[in-house]
Ligand binder design. Structure first.
Ligand code: ADP
Ligand code: MG
Length: 246
């Protein structure tokens, strides 16, 4: 099967100091990848590279089997950025209007059909915010707002959901519910890439882990990550150099 994302030997620097160095990884269809690493370790940068928001200095990236430079099917990807939940936004748009935007890539210059409206209603139901449909997005809590962005991605029939620390500013109860929602979306076949600072959440929910600190310290299944030294190596919590004897 063609990987959803394929990253090969990618390096990217903002100035002369690389933020991401020689990273290679693949995300397969149906994966739930947890992308972890200390603050400033390049997680957001790597996600931006994987979504084509930045071009790598060297190396290559494919999305759904296509070179990222040629990729034009943005509706296949739902992206919730790091600021999405904390910024209230001042645009006077309603929840339903934001979620309906997920249909725009599909309707072209035409009008919304009954099927488009059905998909919007379904997305609102799935993330359990149908009762908020007519509220302004600026009036919502962080947790509610984050569900709106997920619903927009679902309405667009996205196959890949990419989320950058989506529970910052979200209360503990909504967080749990949100991760259960992500898990059930993943079980329904949606591929997930999640940046999350809570490592426990990631090892509980994700089947694959990428552990980054500019370079990749681990990329593989969650079990082998838990048994490895990648976490202490990447986070440096021991303050010691770890020697390997393979
Ligand atoms: P993370 O998401 O893991 O916290 P980032 O990808 O945001 O890490 O940042 C990685 C490194 O790149 C950090 O040292 C950060 O200061 C730097 N960086 C991030 N964005 C920019 C930018 N727009 N311009 C210059 N440096 C940046
Ligand atoms: Mg970040």
């Amino acid at each position: 099967m063609t990987p959803v994302i394929s990253v090969e030997n990618v390096t990217f620097a903002y100035g002369d100091q690389p933020a991401v160095r020689d990273v290679s990884l693949t995300v397969e269809q149906g994966d739930f990848l947890g992308l972890i690493g200390p603050n400033g370790s390049g997680k957001t940068t790597l996600l931006h590279l994987m979504l084509g928001l930045y071009a790598p200095d060297s190396g290559s990236i494919e999305l759904f089997g296509e070179p990222i430079e040629a990729f034009e099917n943005g509706e296949r990807i739902g992206y919730v950025s790091q600021q999405a939940t904390s910024q209230a936004g001042t645009m006077p748009v309603t929840v339903r209007e934001v979620v309906t935007m997920g249909r725009f890539p599909h309707v072209g210059h035409g009008r919304l059909t009954d099927e488009d409206r059905r998909l919007v209603d379904e997305a609102l139901e799935t993330v359990d915010i149908a009762d908020l449909a007519d509220r302004r997005i600026s009036q919502l809590s962080g947790g509610q707002r984050q569900r709106v962005y997920i619903a927009r991605a679902l309405a667009s029939e996205a196959e890949l959901l990419a989320l950058d620390e989506p529970t910052v500013g979200v209360d503990a109860e909504s967080r749990d519910a949100f991760y259960r929602l992500l898990e059930s979306l993943n079980e329904s076949g949606i591929t997930i890439v999640l940046i999350e600072h809570d490592i426990g959440v990631v090892t509980d929910r994700a089947n694959r882990i990428a552990c980054l600190n500019t370079e990749l310290y681990h990329h593989g299944d969650t079990e082998s990550f838990v048994e490895s030294d990648a976490l202490t190596e990447a986070y440096g919590t021991t303050g010691q150099v770890v020697h390997h004897h393979h």
